[in-house]
Design a protein around this ligand. Structure first.
Ligand SMILES: [Zn+2]
Length: 112
């Protein structure tokens, strides 16, 4: 999975197609992400001590990572993400459209 929390992603499928938002949460086991403002559902809650009013709460539900694209910080487009190794042994994600790096994935390896 090449999407991390706080990435900006673009939704390419489903009801919210075209929307962009921040990744709030990643559900690695299910290959899903929760994106701010995307796939909102109303959750009906009963009156309780925590929520004395009850009523409807708007919440984001997870969507599949295959339905989102990372938005590149350099070119601003929704893009597929590649991985490449750097000379110091670390790995980074990069934009397949413009080639700009999009954040380090692993730390540099100590040379032997
Ligand atoms: Zn780019």
């Amino acid at each position: 999975m090449r999407i991390k929390t706080n990435d900006t992603v673009k939704v390419i499928c489903g009801e919210d197609r075209g929307a962009t938002g921040n990744v709030l949460r990643v559900v690695r086991a299910k290959q899903k992400v929760v994106v701010e403002g995307v796939n909102r559902v109303y959750k009906h809650v009963r009156r309780s001590q925590k929520n004395p009013q009850g009523g409807r709460l708007s919440r984001e539900m997870p969507i599949s990572v295959s339905n989102v694209l990372l938005v590149c910080g350099a070119c601003g487009a929704g893009t597929r993400v590649g991985m490449r190794s750097l000379p110091d042994g670390s790995k980074e994600r990069y934009c397949k459209k413009c080639g700009a790096g999009n954040g380090q994935v692993s730390r540099p390896k100590a040379r032997k």
